[in-house]
Ligand binder design. Structure first.
Ligand code: GTP
Length: 322
């Protein structure tokens, strides 16, 4: 049994009536790092529900994004292990990942349009070939980064990699073929009622999304120096009381944890300049997410060697990692 427990999530909600032939179900995207999986999911959902930088740990959160259509509801889930194909290349796929792949209704295998097919892609393709019960749609991403002739070659090369239910070229940045991809993925879903209320775009709590946006902003420019050392916790978040109508504001107090005092200095920057920039960037993203003005208070704290300390990991919310 996989911990994702999609069967539980499949329990229909007491929804108002849905049209005849409505489809609902789950998809996951797999592929090498940086092929654009998170960007694609955000583009399909129409809002940033996943940050697009590397995560310090692969976590086991389940549903990431929900795509609503008149005739279908497509839910994109994260795949533990496969989300970070480094692990996939290093080891055999473990049974957890295999069971996740058989639990979803359709798998999207992402290969970038602008890079030659490499060992990583071939490896994943071979593993997916063993996944006979679940249809796999090959998705050629980032088509805006190549020309028509090279795209045609890439589509042929990807077709040769395995037996795919479909091959779809897309550009998340250029908005190219996103509806087509959703159509194709929805075509592989079973008939059934919506599983999430209309308007829900993710089942991640707002606090988690906010923490991820702060972490993404804080990693900009220091990824090489502190790639895995930053964790963010939202300590407090809520609407400010007694504001005038139209002047509502959400107060957010967040801590940015690093492992050593030297890292703290890097994150804060000269006279606090870096931290101010991080705060501004994060606040803009959070305001877009919440649709409201935000006051963001960021503190940098040192949690010595947090990655190696089980107690600290729990406190920082990493108790559920794979
Ligand atoms: N030009 C272009 N760039 C893209 C597109 N999609 C993603 N990118 C860029 O590719 C990089 C990686 O994108 P991600 O979405 O983080 O890739 P990922 O596959 O989720 O990466 P991991 O989380 O490391 O597995 C980012 O810099 C994106 O901005 C696209 O359609 N066009």
């Amino acid at each position: 049994m996989s911990d994702l427990d999609l069967e539980r999530l499949r329990t229909p909600l007491p929804m108002p009536s849905h049209p005849e032939g409505f489809r609902s179900g789950f998809a996951c995207f797999v592929g090498r790092p940086n092929v654009g999986k998170s960007t694609l999911m955000n583009a399909l959902v129409g809002q940033k529900v996943a940050i697009t930088s590397n995560r310090p740990q692969t976590t086991r959160r389940t549903v990431r994004g929900i795509v609503h259509r008149d005739d279908a509801q497509l839910i994109v889930v994260d795949t533990p292990g496969l989300h970070k194909p480094r692990t996939l290349l290093g080891e055999r796929l473990d049974s957890l990942v295999r069971s996740t792949l058989v639990e979803v209704d359709v798998i999207g295998f992402c290969v970038p349009a602008d890079e030659p097919i490499g060992r990583g892609d071939t490896y994943i393709a071979r593993e997916l070939a063993g996944q006979r019960d679940t249809p796999v749609v090959a998705i050629v991403t980032k088509t805006d980064k190549t020309d028509r002739a090279r795209l045609t070659e890439q589509l042929l090369a990807v077709s040769r990699l395995g037996e795919w239910a479909d091959v779809v070229p897309v550009s998340a940045n250029g908005g190219f073929q996103l509806d087509t991809l959703t159509d194709v993925l929805c075509g592989h879903l079973p008939e059934g009622p919506p599983l999430y209320p209309d308007g829900d775009l993710t089942d991640e709590p707002d606090e988690m999304l906010v923490a991820e946006l702060v972490r993404e902003a804080s990693l900009e420019g220091v990824r090489d120096e502190l790639p895995h050392s930053i964790a963010v916790v939202v300590e407090e978040m809520g609407p400010r009381e007694n504001t005038r109508p139209g002047r509502e504001i959400t107060d957010i107090y967040a801590s940015l944890y690093v492992e050593r005092p030297s890292q703290k200095a890097i994150v804060i920057g000269a006279k606090g300049s870096r931290l101010r920039d991080v705060g501004t960037r994060a606040r803009q993203q959070i305001e877009a997410l919440l649709g409201q003005r935000v006051y963001l208070d960021l503190r940098v704290r040192v949690a010595k060697d947090w990655q190696r300390d089980p107690k600290q990991l729990r406190r920082l919310g990493f108790d559920q990692q794979v």
